[in-house]
Design a protein around this ligand. Structure first.
Ligand SMILES: NC(=O)c1ccc[n+]([C@@H]2O[C@H](COP(=O)([O-])OP(=O)(O)OC[C@H]3O[C@@H](n4cnc5c(N)ncnc54)[C@H](OP(=O)(O)O)[C@@H]3O)[C@@H](O)[C@H]2O)c1
Length: 262
């Protein structure tokens, strides 16, 4: 399927690395103007150059922004809007590993997880929403994990935060639908990224190495391997496109069949 995003403008949070970067590259290659935000300047600059290469004549923007900080979200959004114009596509992707047992999770850990995932999504979406509604075209894609629907022992605080984002996605889909603004969630299992490299050790081979093999065994990834960032980017790009014009308010597992629930 040839996905054409010419004339569309996308903002992806947490896109200097991993799944966010893979998606930014994919959207740029499909013709979109692309803006990325993350905290670290160096990785952001490298990502900017890589996206520029794919984007050709299309415009690219990169801004330092910690999505836990409302003033930084505000500043980044307004800078991007001034550079690229109103946004058509928002991918709320920034986040990170936060898995533990309930009794070990402090208030600070709960607050951080809620800020970086739920509140960042609330705040950024609130800013892009009016333009999408007014222009009668919009795509909000929230990157969550499979625990959003299938919480288990040892998955606090992330399973709770992701479930809240799942509820938010549904609300956005219901309120956006009359205005042709669509909202969906992607529920990630285990996909190769900087985060996964940090967790599993460096230079993880395609089959995931020993630790991942154990995870594959324990967590039963039926496809028998960790996912590739490009496999995630493909579905994100599809949801961002006109091809997904009748899909809203849904959550898609991108997990090699790992989740116990649909
Ligand atoms: N990969 C997986 O298997 C997996 C599984 C389940 C869920 N997910 C979710 O998918 C998303 C992407 O994960 P990933 O594996 O690609 O992670 P990653 O490789 O660690 O990349 C995370 C990106 O987000 C940025 N970021 C982190 N905290 C941020 C903050 N407070 N403000 C702005 N940017 C921030 C990072 O840059 P800086 O550090 O420089 O800010 C980086 O660009 C996350 O929400 C993650 O929880 C991934």
């Amino acid at each position: 399927m040839n996905i054409d995003l010419q004339g569309r403008t996308a903002l992806i949070t947490g896109a200097s690395k991993g799944l966010g970067l893979a998606t930014a590259l994919r959207l740029a290659a499909s013709g979109a103007h692309v803006a990325i935000v993350a905290r670290g300047r160096e990785a952001l600059d490298e990502a900017y150059e890589a996206i520029k290469e794919k984007a050709g004549p299309r415009r690219v923007a990169a801004h330092v922004c910690d999505v836990t900080q409302p003033t930084q979200i505000d500043a980044a959004f307004h800078a991007v809007r001034a550079q690229l114009g109103p946004l058509d596509i928002l991918i709320n992707n920034a986040g990170g590993h936060a898995l533990g047992h309930f009794h070990d999770i402090t208030d600070a850990m709960w607050s951080h997880d809620i800020d970086v995932k739920l509140m960042a999504t609330v705040r950024m979406t609130r800013l892009v929403w009016p333009d999408m509604i007014e222009r009668r075209w919009g795509r909000v894609i929230n990157v969550l994990n499979t625990f959003a629907k299938a919480p288990a022992a040892g998955t606090a605080p992330t399973a709770v935060t992701r479930a809240a984002q799942l509820a938010l996605t549904k609300i956005l889909s219901k309120e956006g639908a009359p205005h042709n603004v669509l909202a969906n969630a992607l529920l990630v299992g285990l996909i190769q990224s900087d985060q996964i490299q940090r967790l599993l050790g460096h230079n993880v081979p395609r089959d995931g190495g020993d630790f991942a093999q154990q995870q594959i065994g324990n967590r039963q990834i039926p496809l028998g391997r960790i996912g590739e960032p490009g496999e995630f980017a493909d579905i994100a790009c599809f949801l961002a496109s006109d091809h997904a014009s009748y899909i809203t308010g849904t959550a898609i597992n991108v997990d090699g069949g790992m989740s116990a629930v649909i």
